[in-house]
Design a protein around this ligand. Sequence first.
Ligand code: AMP
Ligand code: GLY
Length: 423
Amino acid sequence: MRVLVIGSGAREHALCVALRADPAVTALACAPGNAGTAAVAEPHPVEGADPAAVAALATRWSADLVVVGPEAPLVAGVADAVRDAGVACFGPSAQAAQIEGSKAFAKHVMTAAGVPTAQAWAVGTEAELRTALDEVAALNAPGSPYVVKDDGLAAGKGVVVTPDRDAALAHGLAVLADGHAVLVEEYLDGPEVSLFAVTDGTTVLPLLPAQDHKRRDDGDAGPNTGGMGAYAPLPWAPSGLVDEVLARVLQPTVDELARRGEPFSGLLYAGLALTSRGVRVVEFNARFGDPETEVVLPLLRTPLAGLLHAAATGTLADHPPLEWSGGVAVVVVVAAPGYPESPRTGSPITGADAEGVLHAGTRPAADGSVHSAGGRVLAVTAVGADLADARRVAYERVAGIGLEGAHWRTDIGLAALEGRITV
Ligand code: AMP
Ligand code: GLY
């Protein structure tokens, strides 16, 4: 099977590494890729968010399967264009990707499917925004933060969670000034879980639950980011969590999208909060999460290309049950100075070819070295027998990286290890 991966982050590097390990894969390419994917997959300088260019590459390269990593190409219709060209594609249509691309659409689907989520107000004017902030304050437990979101793709950075009403108002006004709608949401208390499911639009196969660390700094301080680290599986997760989320969230959502004539095939990512009132959906994504993919895929024993091909061709019902290694995986994101606000790029990196080091924002330099090219630069992974072991090895590997001014969290998985996460 000839597999073409679209994207250029650590998620795509993790996908390439896992696909390479599948004996069914005879050739692997990644477009546009980064300095890390180039070592395992043929690089092609094609812009991932250009549907016609990706479809042309898939045809020219004789791909049997295209795997789309990021959300922007999906929302732009890359999966539709690839399928129209007669090539199997792992990733939803532009229509179905609205489950991530529009938070208002996601809310409609969840309401229709009876999926538990935060109550939300969609607002388009300052007056509506002020009213929604008053109403949500009355609904939330006293002292709870306000949650104000940009109703569009914002790479995880369009959300402000703050107890300060003025800051919440200011963020909402800034989003309105950009011409976007704003969503004000009920505050969801409780630990967050990322649960991915592979689906062909009918059959849904959940993967292992993982936990991201969205804030920049230790102790969940600082601004929201695309994700600073993750671990999987979750030692504190209630038994039966995956079955419950499959029955109450994932399957009903997939069924509702099919009922609307917008079947979702690809990776459905449920971002969940385990609140005092039960499981609630924080958001859906239409693709593998980053950095969670970097900890989920290393634990998967089932060959990845066969699984994704089955989803892309509607044959998941015949696929054998997934097998897992039984270990624990940790990923620590090494970020550029200034990330997330204004990352500095173009700096040389050393140690980026070491074991377990996945590339996020990197590019090969003319002299053969590797330079930073994004905010999240590397995703340093380790698999261990337990969480303590995986953390120890991951941080040893981080210590081997050289990037001037780089920063990373030192507490990935620590709250879980110390038993500080309760449901
Ligand atoms: P989103 O872009 O919707 O994924 O939100 C980014 C992050 O903001 C989430 O991972 C949560 O940490 C936080 N967040 C979003 N919505 C809520 C909510 N309703 N209650 C509490 N935290 C939230
Ligand atoms: N880890 C968060 C995301 O992929 O959106």
